[in-house]
Every structure is written in structure tokens, then in C-alpha cells.
Design a protein around this ligand. Structure first.
Ligand code: A2P
Length: 263
């Protein structure tokens, strides 16, 4: 079903699935071959689809792999009855994935003014662009500390983040920077070392007393934010309350938000 003979449009790459890994009933990652001419900046997203109809449905997916990886990685939810994920969750090694050639996004290092610490705030699959960025050595050249905060309802949903962080610290390319990287996993509905929402733990100051990091200062700290509509809204309000200002590729600021997945 996933390898029909429909012609591939000129603005689309047809790539082969090389790995699929399911973490929970609702979360999985997959990797595909990467065309040599497919270039992107760490943190960007692209539109992906399946060749299962004459008019494939495309959805925005952050590229979770870094720019230097020879394959492309994606991290996805499984929505029963979802127009794309209903089928995507059944892909197997060797299947074809369609990828539109154009990439874009706002979670870019260029969209941030220089700073000391970079906070990557994510919930759920919002971790995907950060999975790319934390594997890009440039992030550690630009910031003294990179702090990844990922919140999920339950501990199992942190499996992908835990896996990437483990691999990251073993990676010789990034390993040298490991003293600059802090991972702060949180859960809201199952007991774990750090319980609660990002917004609550940062606004109350609990996060800073637990990590020993200084309270947010607009001159030093930068935020990148990726998650659900409600999470973006609350994290943006928190960032603004800390005195941070939103940046874009053309006018860098002190925080950036990815809104592509929630419109
Ligand atoms: P909570 O369990 O308190 O709703 P979801 O699966 O609904 O997208 O949620 C993923 C994670 O994001 C959950 O831990 C959830 O916490 C948290 N979350 C949901 N809404 C917000 C928000 N407005 N601000 C911060 N975290 C949120």
C-alpha cells in the first residue's frame, strides 16, 4: 500500500524507511534515507506524507536529526483516525516516505541574540526540533549552557528523550561539550524525580533552587519553545514576564516559538 506507482512531483523526495521504533502506544520514531541535496538547518521542519493516494496528505514534522546526519529522523504521535498518522504508525523498513524539498522553521540559532544559557522548553513531541539542535555542535559554541526541559504526562513518554540524551553523551562529536548540557525531564501525572509543569516549576523558582542555575535574566538567558497550543501560550507569557522578547530569522530576539504544528 505504501509503495504505489503514483508519479512523484518535482518538489518531493521519495525516501526509504531505514528504522522504526515504537516507544509507547502513542509515540514512535522513524528514520529514512537522506537525499544528498536535502539541506536544512538544525531545528527546522519539513512536510512529510505517504505515497498511498493520488493526492497524499502532508503534515509538518520537525526534523529530529542534526544537519550532519546521513539519515533523517522524525518523532511522531499516533493518532487513531488521524489522516496521516493513522497510516504512518504502520510504516516498516523499506517503505517509501515522501518529503517536500522545502524546509523552514523559527527554532533557529540565528533567530536568537547571543546569550549565556539556552533553555529548550518542550512538551510531548515538541522535543523533536531540540533532538536535532542538541546534536549540533554549533549550539555549544554559541552558549555556555544548553538546558533541555522535556515534560510528559508519564515516564514512558520520556523514553525517546532519554535515549537521545544517552547517545548524545556517548557521541565523540558532542561528548566534549557534555559539561555544558543539562537535561531536566519532568512528568505531570506519574511520580518521577521532577514532577509538575515547566511553567509552574520555573515561575515558582523551584527549578532554579533544584538545579542551582541563576534566575532568568533577559541579558543572559534565551528560550526556544515547542509544544501544544496551551503550552506555547503559557510559556510565551512566562518568557515575556521574564522580560524576554520574541525573535525571528530577520530580527533576532531573546526567545523563539515554533507555531507550525498548532495552527
Ligand atoms: P498536564 O498533565 O498537567 O496537562 P499533552 O499530552 O496534553 O500535550 O501534555 C504533555 C505534557 O504537557 C503534560 O505533561 C502536560 O501536563 C503538559 N502541559 C499541557 N499543557 C501545558 C501548559 N499549558 N503549560 C505547560 N505544560 C503543559
Amino acid at each position: 500500500m505504501l509503495n504505489t506507482q503514483n508519479p512523484i512531483p518535482e518538489n518531493v523526495f521519495a525516501e526509504k524507511v531505514t528504522e522504526v521504533k515504537h516507544y509507547t502506544n502513542s509515540l514512535f520514531k522513524f528514520r529514512v534515507t537522506r537525499p544528498k541535496s536535502f539541506r536544512f538547518r538544525s531545528g527546522e521542519f519539513c512536510m512529510i506524507g505517504l505515497p498511498n493516494s493520488e493526492n497524499p496528505i502532508y503534515r509538518a514534522y520537525s526534523i529530529a536529526s542534526p544537519f550532519w546526519d546521513k539519515e533523517l529522523e522524525f518523532f511522531s504521535i499516533k493518532v487513531q483516525g488521524g489522516p496521516l498518522t493513522e497510516h504512518l504508525q504502520r510504516i516498516k523498513i523499506g517503505d517509501t516516505l515522501l518529503i517536500r524539498k522545502k524546509t523552514t522553521g523559527t527554532l533557529l540559532l540565528e533567530a536568537l541574540l547571543p546569550g549565556t544559557r539556552l533553555y529548550l522548553l518542550s512538551t510531548g513531541t515538541g522535543i523533536a526540533p531540540f533532538a536535532s539542535l542538541i546534536r549540533d555542535p554549533e549550539i555549544y559554541e554559541k552558549f555556555n549552557k544548553v538546558i533541555l526541559i522535556q515534560t510528559t504526562r508519564e515516564r514512558m513518554e520520556l523514553s525517546y528523550a532519554n535515549e537521545i540524551v544517552r547517545e548524545l553523551l556517548d557521541d565523540p562529536l558532542i561528548g566534549d561539550f557534555s559539561s555544558q548540557f543539562i537535561f531536566y525531564p519532568m512528568t505531570t501525572r506519574e511520580a518521577s524525580d521532577h514532577m509538575g509543569r515547566i511553567t509552574d516549576t520555573m515561575s515558582s523558582g523551584e527549578f532554579f533552587s533544584r538545579t542551582g542555575l541563576p534566575p532568568i535574566q533577559a541579558t543572559e538567558d534565551r528560550f526556544m519553545i515547542c509544544g501544544s497550543i496551551a503550552m506555547l501560550k503559557d510559556c510565551v507569557a512566562m518568557a515575556e514576564a521574564f522580560g524576554l522578547k520574541e525573535g525571528t530569522n530577520h530580527a533576532p530576539g531573546t526567545y523563539v516559538v515554533e507555531r507550525a504544528f498548532v495552527s
